[in-house]
Design a protein around this ligand. Structure first.
Ligand SMILES: *Cc1c(COP(=O)(O)O)cnc(C)c1O
Length: 364
């Protein structure tokens, strides 16, 4: 926590606003909108996954539809497609950003259209905080008239050509889960430039209650609104977001400075115009074997590290989904390792991680 979270939570208690709406929710939404550049509408929700679910529904995804999704991501990017009875179609990544490959995306759309099924939406992800190529993806989306759902769960504080991640798609989602760059313990948000879409999201998130004195429903709703207590935590966290981004980027620079010169070790650079919050520092090793050797050596020292996201086209749950591949995400999964990346890591912690990795590679 940063400092003022407790006092905002106390405000909720003192004013007896222990509900899924209230002044903290309003102030938290305003703070997010301000962070994203001020011209967007924000609906605070109970999770990023819930935000994806509502976003896809608002974009018109229906049972039997197909939705394109970046394969190299966390399963929560794709699960809501299935909640709606639609089918994910997975598309591989490009080397430069590790995110959706625009050429492959265009091929996939053409191929689905030849099969008589035009995808209803595109879920593009700014993985590990690195923005996707919004210009190239936007052009493809525009050419085929398919909306983009921007999964910005890992990239609050990142920018693309000076524009905030979270404002690049038709609808964007954020996550405030415990592992994200800032947290409300659990929470998320839907972001859109359209006021009527925010209103629709809030309506659906609060059980789709029609305007009547009694409880009247003409649509199936959800219980996805953020609680006023947790939004108090969010208000405090927004005040320290910049510090968190600085700390995460400092971790990345430290690791790259001390490990990046070793032959075979690589870190993902920011292309011109890209600014990553460096949510997690990821390192590429020469091979799966070396990756595992390092991971196990760290574990011996009680240091947790983790392979990169397993591509969704390799996940048993999605084995029957169509996919369009180029080998990039499988290679990243084989060779990549997420290093300890907490905002509160000390210089001593970072030294210990780097020391263990250097020693392991020297013994190779
Ligand atoms: C965390 C995450 C989500 C889901 O957010 P929750 O708030 O945990 O539901 C979705 N997509 C990506 C890429 C994530 O990392």
């Amino acid at each position: 926590m940063g400092g003022r979270e407790q006092s905002f939570v106390n405000e909720a208690f003192d004013s007896n606003w222990i509900a899924p709406l209230g002044p903290n929710v309003d102030r938290f939404e305003e703070a997010i909108a301000l962070q994203l550049g001020g011209t967007v509408e924000v609906a605070a929700l109970s999770s990023g996954t819930g935000a994806l679910h509502l976003g896809l529904e608002i974009l018109g995804v229906k049972p039997g539809d197909e939705v394109i999704c970046q394969s190299f991501t966390f399963s929560a990017s794709a699960n809501p497609i299935c909640y709606l009875g639609a089918r994910p179609v997975f598309v591989d990544s490009e080397r430069d950003t590790w995110n959706l490959d625009a050429n492959l995306l265009a091929n996939a759309i053409e191929d689905r259209m030849r099969a008589g099924k035009k995808p209803k939406a595109i879920v593009a992800v700014h993985l590990y905080g690195m923005p996707y190529n919004a210009e190239a993806i936007g052009l493809v989306a525009q050419e085929y008239g398919i909306p983009v759902l921007e999964d910005s769960a890992e990239s609050l504080g990142s920018t693309y050509n000076g524009v905030a991640c979270g404002t690049l798609g038709d609808i964007a989602i954020l996550s405030f889960n415990g592992n994200k760059i800032i947290t409300t313990s659990g929470g998320g948000a839907l972001v859109t430039s359209r006021k009527e879409w925010k209103e629709r999201a809030v309506y659906l998130a609060t059980q789709a209650r029609d305007d009547a004195p009694h409880y009247q429903h003409s649509t199936v709703g959800y219980n996805y609104r953020m609680s006023n207590v947790l939004a108090g935590i969010g208000r405090g966290q927004m005040e320290v977001l910049d510090d968190r981004v600085t700390a995460r980027r400092r971790n990345f620079d430290f690791y790259r400075n001390f490990l990046g010169g070793i032959p075979g070790i690589e870190f993902l650079a920011e292309p011109q115009g890209y600014y990553s919050n460096r949510w997690l520092t990821c390192m590429l090793t020469p091979s799966y074997e070396v990756r595992e050797k390092i991971r196990k050596a760290l574990l011996e020292e009680n240091i947790e590290s983790r392979p990169l996201w397993k591509p969704l086209h390799l996940q048993p749950v999605f084995e029957n989904s169509p996919n369009y591949l180029n080998g990039v995400s499988e290679d990243l999964f084989d060779r990549g390792l997420c290093l300890p990346s907490g905002s509160n890591l000390s210089g001593e912690d970072l030294d210990r991680v780097v020391g263990t990795i250097t020693k392991t590679l020297q013994n190779d």
